[in-house]
Design a protein around this ligand. Structure first.
Ligand SMILES: [Zn+2]
Ligand SMILES: [Zn+2]
Length: 504
């Protein structure tokens, strides 16, 4: 870690509100139809957003090693206790919340240690520290947090592991953990063969009820090593080893595993088509969607298997049994991928020679009814399409939740003009320093882009001569990030924005 990783501010589209029990009802007010700045973290230099095709919540990772949790919390998956099932604010964190390393973790995270990565499932969250410690929060109903018979983990609890953890992934009811040595551990429900250690096994608990056998503590998958990365769909897992070979296991219907069969695979299967002599033809990254799996090879070509649209090529009657390229992306280098419940996304490097160097955001999906692709319901993309609404923005990273899309955007004057979510918040009508209104003496009041509290230009320390261009954050909001160098990057909009400080 450390170095000069690009960072951005969090911009999102799609579903942003809870509906009872997370069902599929769409209310107009529950979706954002165009990219919005997530106001609560508009002061955070963000290096990654972590979410998945089963998650209505996300982990926002700052360049300083902090984690912010946003979204659905009905099962305490954001690490916050649910105070009442009728309390909307505890069922869904509308404002992203920074985890306190002392109070939000048991045992506390030691000073100097920060959050390295994480994963989100439907009802739980895993976080990995820079020391390789694994923490879990949310529902442990199926043992998916690996914490024995504890029903709900809140706040985040340490999951005992014998080795340092380097990567994690969460399905609906199971979790996958990769350790430093490349071993893979799983925990949770054996349904669909997600554990990779046994076929789905169950017993009847009633005339029509079955209960799947559970692994309530992490169990190692035998005969699988050298793994560096894992990803979960709702009901399947894909893993990548250090040589670029790819493995899949779990539910296989709709050809989502891409291993040439639709028979469930309870043990890891290596994908034969990427067992290639030339490392360039092997795999660099992999992302699992609900009913598909996408990967990128070392030549930046995207491949997809399974079912990723409603009809025609890639639809349920013409699922891709093996990994195939998509014609629309044939001319592009694919940098990063993400998969929501019904949408796929990627960032591509433009191949044109017009000096256009920033990445383009692409997306596709025929069921993007929650505006995941930034358009009103019904306007969806059956095949990969450039998302024109993001074209003027400098996108550096992409992530997908179940029905929400996230992008990291370098702040510039175009970014600063984006709408904010929530649109308005309660704020002061008088200057925060002298407590007088702007009308009193005609002096200009400058509003903070995050909290909307006003400040006279002359009341600031140091005072400003003119309203600054681009985003502006007050001292309180900068303080809230825990790092005073955050915010107010309007002066940096013309050069590549890199994190120059706080290297570990
Ligand atoms: Zn004032
Ligand atoms: Zn503020």
């Amino acid at each position: 870690m450390g170095g000069t990783a690009p960072w951005g501010r969090v911009v999102l589209c799609g579903r942003v509100a809870a509906d009872e029990a997370g069902n599929e009802v769409v209310n107009a007010g529950d979706c954002l139809y165009a990219p919005h700045i997530l106001r609560s973290v508009c002061h955070v230099r963000t290096r990654a957003v972590v979410s998945s095709c089963t998650s209505d919540h996300a982990v926002i990772l700052s360049v300083h090693g902090d984690a912010y949790l946003y979204g659905r919390n009905a099962e305490a998956q954001c690490g916050v206790p649910v105070t009442s099932t009728s309390d909307a604010a505890s069922l869904w964190l509308y404002d992203a919340r920074r985890l306190d390393k002392e109070h939000d973790f048991v045992p506390p995270i030691a000073p100097g240690v920060s959050i390295h990565t994480g994963a989100t499932g439907a009802m739980h969250t895993l976080l990995v520290t820079t020391q390789g410690e694994l923490y879990a929060a949310g529902s442990n109903e199926f043992g998916q947090c690996g914490l024995g018979t504890l029903a709900t983990c809140v706040p985040f609890q340490l999951v005992p592991m014998t080795e340092r953890v380097v990567d994690v992934a969460c399905g609906r009811a199971a979790s996958v953990v990769v350790t430093e040595s490349g071993a893979v551990y799983t925990m949770g429900s054996s349904e669909d063969g997600m554990l990779g250690t046994c076929a789905a096994s169950w017993h009847h608990t009633g005339p029509s009820d079955v209960t799947y056998d559970l692994a309530r503590h992490p169990v190692r998958i035998p005969n699988l090593g050298g793994i560096v990365r894992v990803t979960c769909g709702e009901r399947h897992v894909a893993a990548l080893d250090r040589d670029g070979y790819m493995y899949v296991w779990g539910h296989a219907s709709l050809a989502r595993l891409g291993c040439g069969t639709q028979i469930d695979q309870p043990f890891p299967v290596r994908i034969p088509q990427f067992v290639r002599k030339n490392k360039q033809d092997r795999i660099r990254d992999v992302v699992a969607g609900t009913t598909c799996t996408m990967c990128v090879d070392n030549q930046e070509r995207l491949w997809i298997a399974g079912t990723w649209r409603l009809k025609d090529d890639g639809g349920p009657d013409q699922s891709f049994l093996i990994y195939k390229p998509l014609a629309e992306l044939a001319d592009y280098d694919v940098h990063e991928m993400a998969a929501g419940a019904d949408t796929m996304q990627c960032l591509v490097k433009p191949t044109d020679e017009h000096g256009n160097t920033h990445m383009q955001a692409w997306g596709w999906g025929e069921g993007a009814w929650h505006a995941e692709l930034g358009s009103s319901g019904g306007t969806t993309a059956p095949v990969p399409t450039m998302l024109h609404i993001l074209e003027p923005l400098k996108v550096v990273a992409v992530a997908s939740g179940r029905h929400t899309s996230y992008w990291l955007v370098q702040p510039d004057s175009v970014y600063a003009e984006l709408p904010r979510y929530p649109a308005t918040i309660e704020s002061s009508s008088v200057c925060m320093v002298c407590r007088r209104s702007g009308d009193d003496d005609d002096a200009t009041l400058l509003e903070c882009d995050r909290c909307e509290n006003p400040y006279h230009l002359s009341c600031l320390t140091p005072p400003l001569a003119a309203v600054p261009e681009g985003e502006w954050l007050c001292v309180e909001c900068r303080k809230d990030s825990g790092h005073n160098d955050d915010g107010n990057d309007h002066e940096g909009a013309n050069h590549p924005i890199m994190d120059q400080q706080h290297e570990r």
